[in-house]
Write a protein that binds this ligand. Structure first.
Ligand code: BCO
Length: 250
């Protein structure tokens, strides 16, 4: 199984479990994300944590060995759309959603984390919207969410530079809610949240969701998905992915 969903004490944890491939997202992970948002919406869950196995990577984005088979705009769009819908549902859960960024997050991995309300980033983790190096944009909604989360110039810079940022840089630009230097830091963060009753957290999250609905967040994500699907079909993208898969991009 490529993922696990566990529940304890009102906390539902989704763990991507493909460390050998740096927790890249395949179709099964997308199934899992859909299962997560269904379960978290229905049960007595007070918060969700999204994380991954091992300490090397949170997520390396889409599994290029699988998704590189998608050659045209028409083939790429359904995959991008489906994951974008799962992440939109995650983002608009009426409870806090925390990304526990246990290691490197790149490409779609950053998009998953950006869809969350909070990003707790382990000190050794490096993260970046590297899609530009593959001659595509973000395509799961993460670019749109980044403009919601960060000051405009910080968001545009992070997307446009397509490089890895250190945890300290991520705290400075506002992407990391907190840099995690010891496991105790996570406990402190969670216990502080749990001091306030779940209905209060829910009411605040609903305020944010109202704003996102009024500003047509979903429609803006759809534009992002469509643009990425167009770029996906270009030769320049396929050549860049070939270089990565054939390890000739050094
Ligand atoms: C579809 C939405 C948009 C997207 O997500 S586009 C995809 C963006 N992602 C990328 O470009 C990921 C590129 N990966 C990397 O830069 C590095 O692998 C990364 C994440 C920094 C980790 O570096 P290292 O820790 O040195 O590990 P490594 O490179 O030796 O990787 C270990 C094995 O995993 C593989 N891998 C990593 N990310 C992958 C991916 N996204 N899809 C498919 N395979 C991937 C990598 O090829 C390597 O395989 P192998 O063990 O040499 O056979």
């Amino acid at each position: 199984m490529s993922y696990h969903i566990e529940s304890a004490d009102g906390v539902m944890t989704f763990t991507i479990d493909r460390p050998h491939i740096r927790n890249a997202v395949n179709d099964e992970i997308i199934d899992g994300m859909e299962e997560l948002v269904r379960s978290a919406g229905k049960s007595e869950v007070r918060l969700v944590i999204v994380t991954a196995a091992g300490d090397q990577a949170f997520c390396s984005g889409g599994d290029l060995s699988v998704f590189h088979a998608l050659r045209t705009e028409e083939e790429a769009y359904p995959m991008l759309k489906r994951m974008s819908q799962a992440l939109y549902a995650l983002k608009t859960l009426p409870i806090p959603v925390i990304a526990l960024v246990n290691g490197t997050a790149v490409g779609g991995g950053c998009e998953i984390a950006t869809a969350c309300d909070y990003r707790l980033v382990k000190a050794h983790a490096k993260c970046g919207f590297v899609q530009g190096n593959l001659v595509i944009t973000s395509g799961w909604g993460g670019g749109t969410y980044l403009f919601e989360a960060l000051q405009h110039d910080h968001a545009l810079q992070m997307l446009g530079e397509a490089r890895l940022y250190t945890a300290d840089e991520l705290e400075t630009n506002g992407w990391a809610t907190k840099v995690i230097r010891s496991p105790k830091d996570i406990d402190v963060f969670l216990s502080q949240m749990k001091k306030v009753r779940p209905e209060v957290h829910r009411a605040y999250k609903e305020m944010a969701i109202r704003k996102w609905k009024e500003t047509n967040l979903e429609g803006r994500v759809e534009e992002e998905v469509r643009r990425c699907a167009q770029l996906w079909a270009e030769d320049a993208h396929h050549e860049a992915v070939d270089k990565f898969l054939n390890k000739t991009n050094q």
